[in-house]
Design a protein around this ligand. Sequence first.
Ligand SMILES: [Zn+2]
Length: 321
Amino acid sequence: MAGSFQVLLCYTLLKERKWAMKKIKEREPSTELKVLRLLNPIMKLSDYQHYLNLEKGYIGELKLDEWLDGLLNNCLVVNDLLLEHKGKIFQIDSLVIFQSIIYVFDSKYHEDDFYLDANKWKTLAGKEITNPQPQMERADSLLSQLLQQRLNVNIPIESFLVFTHPEFYLYNDPPTLPAIFPNQFHRFMKKMNSMTSKLNRSHESLAEQLVALHLNESPHTRLPEYDYEQLKKGVVCGECASFMIERGRVWVCAGCGCKEYAQIAIIRSVEEFKLLFPDRKITSATIREWCAVKGDRKKIIRTLNNYFKRIGQGPASYYID
Ligand SMILES: [Zn+2]
């Protein structure tokens, strides 16, 4: 009896939880940000401010995710889409598919007090920033066209600028500005959670089609020039980006003191090398130099043999996944 009750309870829970909020695509840093994160500790970046802007933008997007984690209603969340329609490329930070509406959220992580001077966004000190609204409207328009013309979907879209920095303030925001400010997060979430929303296979198919259309490489990516010979060599801490010091079987971070097993630290460093130099061969000599490993090459060879496939024999051999 108790058993069948449990089965019934599980079934009911499963049935109720069948949809709820489901993430169809997770967010991850762009290749540009990943590369700049790796380069920052080992060379002087020509445009450090650009790197900082990307980091700040990414923090804002993670804040947006944190907020959207509060979704309890039936919906599908698709993050971080780079799409193309009629030769025009546009980006979407987060898109939430409900039964009869799609919300598109564009994260903005500005930290300051702003005011609107005609259509210009200015800080109180008079510094002007790019008005974020036209870019959002462009993405909104291209997405509606893509949905209607290519995917044959007629669910209406509503786009919002989401100001994710807790210390953002806009003095004279017009009520027509499609924006959600930190003090409106709670109310907007309540609204999303109380809408009637029943999803079916067509909604899921829409999310899957959008993910399939996602472009991996942004044409706007601008990486600095870098040269292997000029980069500072060594294993860099994954937590704080300081250099690590080899201490037998472990590497210890000179900055935060965290420890990592030698093999794990080296493999992580090999993965970083692959991202920075996708065309270079992974040889034991290169990795020994890249990680600035002291002593003989045997420990590097042992580690590489354990995690990669060796091609060839002797000094000319190299490793692949
Ligand atoms: Zn560290």
